[in-house]
Design a protein around this ligand. Structure first.
Ligand code: SF4
Length: 335
């Protein structure tokens, strides 16, 4: 649906490794490529250890380097290569052209400053306004994110607010400078289900009103169903399937995607059909030689252990990386 639109973010062939104490390197993200188009919400989904959060930190240039190391790739935001940018220039991009919302707002909100000064400072860093004007923008942003008693809350400290209120404040801060791209890394995971639904709706409303795009990082397919236009499934540092959200939910092709969907609560009973996917994501120190999902895959064949599956593209922009779809040529594992 979005392929004709302009790409706000282009990630091409991104590989990330970490230096280990023994002098070796662990390759945690491998040749990841994707685009986020204007106005869309793209979800990047995976279990803990899949590489999804490392990818989002690299996009924000918040990856600690060393021990992190970007070994290949480009990250273009509106055509500008973020990886070539000086860190000083990057801080003017962050909070302005792109913002981030984390799972725990207390990691971004400073506990010793009132909400007012944190919002005002963020606004004045990127907009040519005086303190009074910045305060007015801050107040209107708090109202926009649904904080009813905004005149009171703006003078409070973060610890005086509930988790849901703090996340609303974070969204107000993230959207105050009209970023083109919002990176949301598990923004609702710490919240209860009712508040979670409110925050997701709020993010989509803000995206529409501010004309932004969202890259949504999550482990939760339920959240994907609520928010995303397109979805990418990440496993052990690789994108194993991607496509429009309806397609992935109705015709998942990769066994890992199917397993993830089976961990979603059933709408009828609100119970999980399967509590978890058996096994764990392999360590980057010990990735299987062929398909990285093979040790957990009920359909694994001999070829899966020997050869890395190549990408197969289906109609509607669905991509899958799996040997079950044989007509595509496979890439021999070059051991
Ligand atoms: Fe399973 Fe083989 Fe497909 Fe990997 S390539 S997901 S092991 S069938």
């Amino acid at each position: 649906m979005t392929e004709h639109k302009k790409a706000v973010l282009q990630v091409a062939n991104l590989s990330i490794s970490f230096d280990l104490a023994n002098g070796k390197q662990a390759n945690v993200v491998e040749a990841v490529s994707f685009q986020v188009f204007e106005g869309e919400t793209l979800a990047l989904v995976g279990e803990s250890g899949s590489g999804k959060s490392v990818t989002s930190l690299a996009i924000m240039r918040l990856l600690q380097m060393p021990p992190g190391r970007i070994t290949s790739g480009e990250i273009l935001l509106n055509g500008k290569d973020l990886l070539q940018m000086k860190l000083d220039d990057m801080s003017s991009v962050r909070g302005n052209e792109m913002s981030m919302i984390f799972q725990e707002p207390m990691t971004s909100l400073d506990p010793v400053f009132k909400i007012s000064s944190q919002l005002v400072e963020g606004i004045r860093r990127h907009q040519q306004v005086d303190k009074k004007q910045a305060f007015a923008i801050a107040l209107s942003m708090l109202k926009e994110v649904g904080i009813a008693n905004a005149e009171k809350v703006i003078h409070e400290y973060p610890h005086q607010l509930s988790g849901g209120m703090r996340q609303r404040v974070m969204i107000a801060m993230a959207m105050a400078n009209n970023p083109k791209l919002l990176l949301a890394d598990e923004p609702t995971t710490a919240l209860d289900v009712t508040v979670q639904a409110q925050i997701l709706r709020l993010m989509l409303k803000m995206k529409e009103e501010h004309g932004s795009s969202i890259l949504f990082i999550t482990h939760d397919m339920g959240v994907v169903a609520e928010t995303a236009d397109r979805v990418m499934i990440m496993y052990a540092g690789q994108i194993v399937e991607s496509g429009p959200v309806e397609r992935i939910f109705t015709e998942p092709k990769h066994p890992y995607t199917t397993a993830l969907l089976q961990t979603m609560p059933s709408i009828a009973t609100n119970e999980r059909r399967l509590p978890t996917i058996p096994g764990t994501v392999p360590s980057p120190l010990n990735f299987p030689a062929g398909c990285r999902f093979a040790p957990r895959c009920q359909y694994a064949m001999d070829i899966c252990e020997r050869m890395i599956p190549s990408e197969k593209i289906f109609g509607d922009g669905q991509m899958v990386r799996c040997h079950l779809y044989k007509e595509k040529e496979v890439t021999a594992y070059d051991a």
